[in-house]
Write a protein that binds this ligand. Structure first.
Ligand SMILES: NC(=O)C1=CN([C@@H]2O[C@H](COP(=O)(O)OP(=O)(O)OC[C@H]3O[C@@H](n4cnc5c(N)ncnc54)[C@H](OP(=O)(O)O)[C@@H]3O)[C@@H](O)[C@H]2O)C=CC1
Ligand SMILES: O=C(O)[C@@H]1CCC=N1
Length: 264
């Protein structure tokens, strides 16, 4: 029987569960969420009908898959708690930022570990999930990819790129949303009510991303289709570049990447 336990029902855990709970890979009753917070557990139980527990050992006792979804500083305590209880054919799936497969295997050497880096788009089945595993984890990798395919798009990557994947794909949600907020603020300054500016900016962002996704074109090709010579678009774009838009985004991405290498 395919059962899964998620340790940590916080921001990301909830997003994954709400996606997985609606997939046909697991029945809701075979998904268990463990969290310290009663409030988080009540929320996932009521909204998604999954099982919940505050006891890690009890919750992992007869499951094949265990997703680790706690903050990096909380991981050591969780691994220490479960290490004697895990049996060898249980598979650990870690979403934890900055901790390598080898570091997890130092504590739990018998278990196969797969690293995944989803994002909060998972709750709307729009996650981008990068996945990596060691060479000897083939069959399980296929299933885990299938699992995350149910909540968005997946890409198998080398583990050395996991930190970059975290910045681009997971933190990326926040980066795009900050740009979206700025567009909304511009819309309000031009005269729209905030909710109107939000409708326009959100739909436009979805249109822009979908053009690139469906046409397979480079963003600049789609930009060329919008920029009328001597028109208002190129005027706005050039001013944004004079103010350092591309440069500040790339610098922000690199600052995030430098920080991630210090997280533990
Ligand atoms: N949020 C995101 O968009 C993304 C996050 N990640 C990574 O995923 C992981 C989870 O992030 P996120 O969901 O944001 O973090 P949260 O803090 O929102 O969630 C973690 C949850 O785990 C609970 N928890 C911690 N220790 C235990 C324990 N021993 N037993 C039971 N429950 C426990 C926490 O409870 P309490 O608060 O009481 O400690 C909290 O509710 C992190 O490693 C993060 O770096 C990766 C990609 C995207
Ligand atoms: O901010 C963080 O450190 C985590 C990793 C990616 C999203 N949240």
């Amino acid at each position: 029987m395919n059962k899964i336990t998620i340790i940590g029902g916080g921001n990301l855990g909830k997003s994954i569960i709400s996606g997985l709970g609606n997939s046909d890979l697991f029945e809701a009753k075979h998904i268990t969420v463990v969290d310290k917070s009663e409030h988080n557990l009540t929320e996932v139980k009521e909204k998604l009908g999954v099982s919940t527990s505050q006891h890690i050992i009890e919750a992992i006792s007869d499951v094949k898959w265990v997703i680790l979804c706690v903050q990096p500083r909380q991981l050591d305590a969780v691994l220490e708690e479960i290490k004697e209880e895990l049996i060898a054919d249980q598979i650990l799936i870690s979403t934890v930022t900055g901790t390598s497969i080898a570091e997890i295997n130092e504590v739990v050497p018998k278990n196969k570990v797969i690293r995944v880096m989803p994002n909060t788009g998972a709750s709307k089945k729009l996650s981008m999930t990068c996945i990596s595993a060691n060479e000897d984890v083939k069959e399980e990798l296929v299933f885990v990819q299938k699992m995350f395919d149910t909540i968005g798009k997946t890409l198998i990557i080398e583990e050395r790129l996991m930190q970059a994947a975290t910045v681009l794909g997971a933190s990326g949600i926040a980066f795009f949303l900050r740009f979206l907020r700025a567009m909304i603020q511009g819309g309000i300054q031009m005269g729209f009510h905030p909710h109107e500016a939000q409708i326009i900016a959100v739909q436009t962002a979805m249109g822009a991303a979908t053009l690139v996704a469906k046409n397979g074109t480079h963003p600049e090709r789609e930009i060329d289709k919008v920029t009328t010579p001597q028109g208002c678009t190129i005027e706005g774009l050039n001013e944004m570049e004079h103010q350092g838009l591309s440069s500040s985004v790339i610098k922000g991405v690199m600052a995030s990447y430098e920080k991630i290498n210090t997280i533990k």
